[in-house]
Design a protein around this ligand. Structure first.
Ligand code: SAM
Length: 345
């Protein structure tokens, strides 16, 4: 591991360029894996700078691919970098990089969606949740189809202080499709305000750092890319279980353009919908004619608290799912219909 504090000592020795490595190992980008590489080290350096000071840091990089971002992380002085890559074709090139940075780069051939990151690092890097974040960062330029489910999983981990957040308030610097980056950071009443804005912002400080034009990637994706930085909050803005908050937010945003009480109604069984919606809105003191994007996090907090209160009083409510009621009704209708009618087709 790097011991010196001098930045110069962290710099990698001369290596083939990332482009040369791609040619050497014939690393054609796989469309199915949505592989788009960043070969411009000025851009990968810029992403890494947004993560904060990496001097002596522990870093988990997700989806290193040919290793451009990995080089920038190592050059920024990270002492211990663990990369998780799903595609085995990249492993030899990463091993070359590992030899150039002795003892500083560990390679895991695996899937970040199932990888147990809490086992990849020693417990002594942890910092108590209430203190400053640990010197441990997650950085990645992932395919869009992975980064969105992954951030939802990590937000739940943040709420429960599990996975990478068993080490404390681990910071994340990740790329997303530009539109998703905008949703993650959207403020109240903005066009992009969505479920994702609430779920991310009630748990983290979220910054949309900068946009990378699609043309900077090889091959060029259809869309531009946003780099987003997350720091978990010491105190989440909503003090209810993640699953409960997620359910309230999902229902509220079900009808984006309608008054918010329309979505809230679907939290309750049809027979008691009007009565319980009214009670919840009154308890929360939220104007039922606000539209979902107009709701602030304190509004959502009040709604989640009111819903939790009703669920304690009537425990069956928490497991009620509107779609399930619809499905059962549909099945019941189907079983009653005589065979040969249109509903059997
Ligand atoms: N970080 C590299 C760069 O910036 O040039 C590669 C970026 S490319 C958009 C995404 C990388 O993530 C690919 O190397 C791909 O194989 C890898 N990947 C995709 N799904 C993954 C998963 N579930 N777990 C780990 N790596 C994954």
């Amino acid at each position: 591991m790097a011991a010196s504090g001098k930045l110069a000592s962290f710099r990698l020795p001369p290596l083939p360029t990332v482009g040369e490595l791609i040619k050497l190992y014939k690393l054609r980008a796989e469309k199915q894996l949505s592989q788009n590489f960043l070969l411009d080290l000025r851009l990968t350096d810029k992403i890494v700078r947004k993560a904060g000071c990496l001097n002596g840091a522990h870093v988990c990089e997700v989806g290193p691919g040919p290793g451009g971002l990995t080089r920038s992380i190592l050059n920024a002085g990270a002492a211990d970098v663990l990369v998780v890559e799903k595609d085995s074709r990249f492993i030899p090139g990463l091993q070359l990089l590992s030899e150039a940075a002795p003892g500083r780069l560990r390679i895991v051939h695996g899937d970040i969606l199932t990888y147990r990151m809490d086992r990849g690092f020693q417990a002594n890097i942890s910092k108590p949740w209430e203190e400053d974040p640990p010197n441990f960062h997650i950085i990645g330029n992932l395919p869009f189809n992975v980064s969105t489910p992954l951030i939802i999983k990590w937000l739940e981990n943040i709420a429960n202080r599990t996975g990478p957040f068993a080490f404390g308030r681990t910071r994340l610097t990740l790329t997303f499709q530009k539109e998703v980056a905008e949703r993650l950071t959207a403020s109240t009443s903005s066009k992009q305000r969505s479920r994702l804005s609430i779920m991310a912002q009630y748990l983290c400080t979220v910054h949309n750092c900068f946009t990378i034009p699609g043309r900077a990637f090889v091959p060029k994706p259809e869309v531009d890319v946003g780099v987003v930085h997350f720091t978990p909050l010491v105190q989440p803005q909503i003090q209810q279980p993640f699953q409960l908050v997620e359910k309230v937010v999902r229902n509220v945003f079900q009808f984006r353009r309608k008054h918010c009480h329309k979505g809230i109604e679907n939290l309750f069984p049809e027979a008691r919908r009007v009565e319980l919606t009214q009670e919840m809105m009154q308890k929360a003191d939220v104007d039922p004619v606000l539209r979902p994007p107009e709701l602030t996090i304190p509004h959502i907090r009040a709604l989640a608290d009111a819903y939790a209160h009703l669920c304690i009083r009537e425990p069956g409510l928490l497991s009620y799912e509107f779609r399930e009621e619809l499905r059962l009704k549909h099945l019941a209708r189907k079983s009653k219909a005589p065979t040969g009618t249109v509903t059997d087709m």
